[in-house]
Design a protein around this ligand. Structure first.
Ligand code: HEC
Length: 241
């Protein structure tokens, strides 16, 4: 191929890309991916520190320590040091960090005791609280949500909406969907134009004590136990336009 032809192909690709994708979606995709990685990195702090789950007030992990471990998890997950982005990406990161600070602060100080019936600060409870707080901190401009397929739903307030369900059933659960690949689209959400991105998560060994076997059947509304390796959840981000 001549250089001219290659340049021509690049130009066509560029023009077509612009035609299909609105100019702002690149930044939105970066924001959604950052929020997803930060939420996962912070939720992992609980998985790694069992005393924080069992007795959050006495685990000896304050907000600063929680964030320090979050950043180290972020570094492990991405291969790069956590560094605040610029513009809207940095703003969204700040807002999620602020939400995490508030949620962790309230739980470890004993101000918020709305945990599971045994008083445990489960990773999914942290994710639900952090996501709800993030919606408030962002002034309703963005939403973050931990959800799952209907069979494995525990808490009704995490139920997938029509768009999330469509992606979970129509893409993530279809044969041939690359494991771990996320899906994004510009669509309507709550009557407003929004960029939405959803990433799949799978049950690992450590999940099965609660989501597998008899215990899974007990907590899942469907009474179905989960199986290791199966799609067990999804993180969903919306950015309103
Ligand atoms: C100690 C028990 C326990 C373990 C371990 C556990 N979960 Fe859960 N999970 C729960 C409970 C209880 C909820 C409901 C939390 C709430 O009130 O929002 C939940 C909620 C969830 C949700 C949110 C959707 C829903 O059903 O409400 C997802 C997704 C999820 N779990 C996935 C996982 C994955 C993946 C793992 C392993 C990495 C895991 N869980 C480990 C008990 C557990």
């Amino acid at each position: 191929m001549t250089n001219k032809f290659v340049s021509f192909l690049i130009l066509i690709g560029f023009v077509m890309g612009l035609g299909i994708t609105p100019a702002w979606s690149g930044e939105d995709e970066a924001i959604a991916n950052e929020l997803t990685t930060l939420l996962k990195s912070s939720r992992a702090v609980l998985v790694q520190n069992k005393p924080l789950i069992k007795n959050p007030q006495k685990a000896g992990i304050d907000v600063n320590k929680f964030l320090a471990i979050t950043y180290s998890n972020y570094e492990k997950a991405t291969g790069k040091k956590f560094k605040k982005g610029s513009g809207n990406v940095g703003k969204a990161q700040d807002q999620l960090i602020e939400a995490i600070k508030q949620v962790v602060g309230e739980v470890v100080s004993g101000k918020d005791t709305a945990l599971d019936p045994q008083g445990r600060f489960l990773p999914a409870i942290f994710a639900r609280k952090a996501a709800a707080k993030f919606g408030q901190v962002s002034g309703g401009h963005m939403t973050l949500k931990l959800t799952t397929r209907d069979e494995y739903l525990v808490n009704a307030s995490n139920k997938a909406d029509a768009w999330e369900k469509g992606v979970i059933n129509g893409k993530f659960l279809k044969q041939g969907w690359k494991k771990g690949k996320s899906f994004s689209q510009v669509t309507k959400h709550n009557g407003k134009k929004a960029f939405r991105l959803i990433s799949p998560e799978y049950y690992k060994k450590g999940c099965m004590g609660c989501h597998g076997g008899k215990n899974g059947a007990k907590i899942h509304a469907s009474k179905m136990p989960g199986l290791e390796g199966q799609l067990g959840g999804a993180i969903s981000v919306s950015i309103y336009k």
